[in-house]
Design a protein around this ligand. Structure first.
Ligand code: NAI
Length: 475
């Protein structure tokens, strides 16, 4: 007799584990299945985000930033550092510890919420009695049945055609997090989020980093003014960014990797590097689900087709996160996971796609929510813009980090905030205020009239809101 559950969640990343917790809170009997393994073969819950994405990259960004501060910026504070050295094994080991704390945290949350966890790969076996029979293969071998299935199987790194990842020389987001010795030269293909974050980590640790980007514009989805400021800052730090290239043959040997490409002027070039990170986007992961067995629809990209409510074409089968349409962001997946659990319970779960924040954790950090100026222009929306530089913010001066600015875009007539764009220190934290404001349909004046602590970076947010009405106080 197979084990029966109200809800089975396939995938223990941010979309899946949060959906499982919410479903359990709502009183359902819940099972979660995840196949990821840690170095000892045990479960590694948390998906790409926890194991080879958001969490380990932030650990490395923090460590590498400390290293760069110690080697280049402590002197400005009158702190002399002699004999500075890098213990890369320890630095990487600390990252692994942070990952494990998060893995274990999710296992604890499953226990706390009485969620049954199966360590293995789940696939559809059959549609049965209004529900589904699923096979679990791996450390746990089981057949389980579910009234509702939530698929949250995430995504995998996209490889260049004919250039598979070996995670030794040609690295995905996974290998990029565990290079055993700082490479002298590092190539990165794709100047997106992963390329910039991982390129920054290894540059700070001493690598000579060249990024090759296919598009002629840098960070095309980001507000143009922000992208320009970020490009200036990254170039000054020593990241070499080549735009508008066409990557050709990539050859890997014991000596390193050579990348033939055509530059923006149409001239043939070759880049020789010790290691190459390929960060050109990700593809939805439906490997092993046996979607065909139950007739689950996938689109031409391999993503599971869902409607606005994350419903698939099959009754009581839902899908959330990277495996469906929309931005591949952990927090988007979480919101969808919660909403689906609530819909299963007959509630009205809701995800507002207009207020999903974006963050790139470089230095300066880049964060935004809502429309960019170029989008508003393209849509013919009448808007007002106001910005405030961190150079004029007392806390930023005290921090010694005055790069960048906060920029508000508000409706010309109603003053409703349409977008907020930040490049600068702690942008990832500062953006929350803008998200809250937009969720509540606040006007720029609302933010301008709210008391912000002094001295704080958040005063730059208030001042940018004031700038919409051309009445900054400190600039
Ligand atoms: P991405 O979509 O952010 O950037 C890929 C870049 O590669 C683009 O600029 C694209 O024009 C370029 N590209 C594509 N094909 C190319 C080619 N053949 N030659 C040269 N350039 C090419 O993808 P990325 O950085 O791989 O990240 C994957 C996903 O992970 C993204 O959806 C991202 O949002 C997510 N992520 C989010 C993070 C965050 O929120 N901080 C951190 C890391 C990843």
């Amino acid at each position: 007799m197979s084990k029966q559950f109200d809800v089975v969640v396939i995938g223990g990343g941010p979309g899946g584990y949060v959906a499982a917790i919410r479903a359990a809170q709502l009183g359902f009997s819940v099972a979660a299945v995840d196949e990821a393994k840690n170095a000892k073969g045990g479960p590694a819950l948390g998906g790409t985000c926890t194991n080879v994405g958001c969490i380990p990259s932030k650990a490395l960004l923090q460590s590498s930033e400390y290293y760069e501060h110690a080697s280049k910026h402590f002197g400005e504070h009158g702190i002399e550092v002699k004999g500075l050295s890098l213990d890369l094994a320890k630095l990487l080991g600390r990252k692994d510890t942070v990952v494990k704390q998060n893995n274990d945290g999710i296992q604890y949350l499953f226990k706390k919420n009485r969620i049954t966890f199966f360590h293995g790969r789940a696939s559809f076996a059959a549609a049965k009695d209004g529900g589904y029979e699923l096979k679990v293969a791996g450390a746990a071998e089981e057949t389980i049945t579910a009234k509702h299935v939530i698929i949250a199987t995430g995504s995998n790194a996209r490889a260049l055609p004919g250039v598979p990842f070996d995670e030794e020389s040609i690295l995905s987001n996974d290998g990029a997090l565990r290079i055993g010795a700082v490479p002298k030269t590092l190539g990165v293909i794709g100047s997106g989020v992963i390329g910039l974050e991982m390129g920054s980590v290894w540059r700070r640790l001493g690598a000579d980093v060249t990024i090759l980007e296919g598009l002629p514009t840098f960070l095309g989805a980001v507000d143009e003014q922000v992208a320009k400021e970020a490009h200036k800052a990254f170039t000054k730090q020593g990241l070499k960014i080549e735009l508008g290239v066409k990557v050709g043959e990539v050859k890997s040997s014991k000596k390193g990797v050579s990348i033939a490409y055509t530059d923006a002027k149409g001239e043939a070039q070759t880049l020789h590097v010790d290691k190459l990170i390929v960060s050109i986007g990700r593809v939805p992961n439906t490997i092993g689900l046996d979607a065909g067995k139950v007739g689950l629809h996938l689109d031409e990209r391999g993503a599971i087709v869902v409607n606005d409510d994350c419903k698939t074409n099959l009754p009581n089968v839902w899908a959330v996160g990277d495996v469906v349409r929309g931005p591949m962001l952990a927090h988007k997946a979480e919101e969808e996971g919660v909403a689906v659990a609530e819909r299963i319970a007959g509630q009205h779960g809701h995800v507002n796609f207009n207020t999903i924040p974006w963050v790139i954790y470089t230095s300066p950090e880049i964060a935004w929510v809502g429309k960019t100026e170029q989008q508003l222009k393209a849509d013919g929306v009448a808007y007002k813009a106001g910005s405030f530089p961190f150079l004029a913010n007392g806390r930023a001066r005290a921090l010694g980090d005055t790069t960048g600015f906060v920029k508000f875009l508000a409706d010309a007539k109603t003053d409703e905030i349409l977008g907020v764009h930040i490049v600068g220190p702690q942008a990832s934290e500062l953006i929350s205020e803008a998200v809250v404001a937009m969720e509540f349909k606040a006007s720029a004046e609302d933010i301008a009239r709210i008391c912000h602590a002094h001295p704080s970076l958040s005063e730059a947010t208030k001042e940018a809101a004031l700038a919409v009405d051309k009445r900054t106080l400190n600039f």
